[in-house]
Design a binder for this molecule. Structure first.
Ligand SMILES: [Zn+2]
Length: 94
């Protein structure tokens, strides 16, 4: 483990196994971090991943099924309303 090179990003990068690490070789971008390892970027990346996860969740069959069932329930309610309105009309004619 060598000391950090101040001319490089301060992030330690792990190579597969945890015991092997070296300093990030990128040039610092802000506060001694490269653009990829700056805490702001890390937070932004996590938020982007959350957003992707949320989008992926919406793509999942279970989510689609739940949505479809909700739509079916709504259509059935509409159909029931329509049928009773239709029955009222028919009764009016008789
Ligand atoms: Zn870095």
């Amino acid at each position: 483990m060598s000391s950090l090179n101040p001319h490089n990003c301060q992030k330690r990068v792990y190579h597969g196994r945890f015991l092997l690490s070296s300093q990030c070789s990128r040039k610092p971008w802000k506060d001694g971090w490269c653009k990829q390892h700056h805490p702001d970027s890390v937070v932004a990346r996590i938020e982007a991943a959350d957003k992707r996860y949320e989008e992926k969740r919406k793509e999942s069959p279970w989510y689609k099924l739940a949505k479809a069932l909700k739509r079916v329930a709504k259509l059935e309610a509409e159909l029931t309303r329509f049928r009773s309105a239709h029955n009222l009309l028919r009764r009016g004619k008789e």
